[in-house]
Ligand binder design. Structure first.
Ligand SMILES: Nc1ncnc2c1ncn2[C@@H]1O[C@H](COP(=O)(O)OP(=O)(O)OP(=O)(O)O)[C@@H](O)[C@H]1O
Length: 277
């Protein structure tokens, strides 16, 4: 089953305007004989929280590797804020903020030292870095922890520091690869809500990879990836309706069911009320 409602770039057509935060067109990737992505296309507009929803092995991390140039792109095109990754290279990555799946903070440094190091890599002056560090940590209720060693923070607080770090240089596109893995329910809820607010308030384009359906709100943009292919895209609530389900849980199960070529795996944790409201 394939459902494409709107905003899909790539092989099936759709818009891919230069002002979108991210445009992916016709992207394929294989590890030897194993095909990880097959003609993937979609776009993320500024101000959009776009959920990239897919079961384990769908190809989410591979796609992130290609967008960040950790993996070389061989087939298809990727544009960040109108700049083609193949031509503009490092320049195209300048507007990108990134939160990896695995934590990447130095545990023996303080929060401030970790963030200063990143700011220096981005060529920020010390004064600007100092100001931006406190601004972003304040928004995340973490300013009072700025001189603590990261080792002393719990998993939710470490994730907040990583989010602050990704935002220091005021990116236009924020990529998060399963950023809530291993967090408790409250930490997860806070990060999901904060990033939704960021998209709305700052006009950030957000691409949030997850296999947890309760992280997707009805009016989010949604791209469902299964076995390396986009099997549905559009507003989440419309994708669910198009599939003939009341909520995304049922729609995702159907889109990734074995007869649809998938695994019927989902990570729902009680978001039914939001969907039925
Ligand atoms: N380095 C690699 N070598 C060989 N195969 C790989 C490699 N990395 C990923 N794959 C395969 O590519 C496919 C897509 O994997 P990928 O990690 O991109 O999916 P994912 O959606 O991020 O999954 P997960 O949620 O488990 O991280 C899977 O079949 C995976 O086994």
């Amino acid at each position: 089953m394939d459902v494409q409602l709107s905003r899909q770039a790539g092989t099936q057509g759709g818009r891919g305007g230069g002002t979108d935060a991210l445009v992916v067109r016709g992207v394929s990737h294989a590890y030897g004989a194993r095909k990880a992505l097959d003609g993937v296309g979609f776009s993320v507009s500024r101000g959009s929280f776009t959920a990239l929803l897919g079961p384990n092995g769908a190809g989410k991390t591979t796609l992130f590797g290609l967008v960040t140039r950790l993996i070389g792109l061989r087939t298809g095109t990727i544009e960040i804020c109108g700049l083609n990754l193949a031509g503009a290279r490092a320049k195209a990555l300048a507007p990108l903020g990134l939160v990896f799946q695995q934590p990447t903070l130095d545990l023996d440094l303080t929060v401030r030292q970790n963030l200063f190091y990143f700011a220096a890599l981005r060529n920020m002056s010390r004064a600007t870095a100092q100001k931006r560090i406190i601004e972003e940590l304040t928004r995340l209720d973490m300013a009072e922890r700025v001189d603590e060693r990261v080792r002393n923070l719990n998993g939710g607080h470490r994730r907040r520091v990583e989010l602050a770090r990704a935002l220091l240089h005021d990116p236009a596109l924020l990529l998060l690869d399963e950023p809530t893995v291993g967090l408790d329910v409250e930490s997860r809820r806070r990060i999901v809500a904060h990033v939704h607010d960021l998209a709305e308030e700052r006009g950030l384009g957000v691409l949030w990879a997850t296999h947890l359906i309760d992280e997707v709100l009805p009016h989010d943009d949604l791209v469902v990836l299964n076995r390396g292919r986009v099997v549905a895209s559009g507003k989440a609530v419309e994708v669910a309706r198009e599939v003939g389900e009341d909520d995304l849980d049922g729609a995702f199960a159907r889109l990734t069911a074995p007869e649809a070529g998938g695994t019927a795996e989902s990570g729902r944790a009680g978001a039914a009320e939001a969907w039925r409201a």
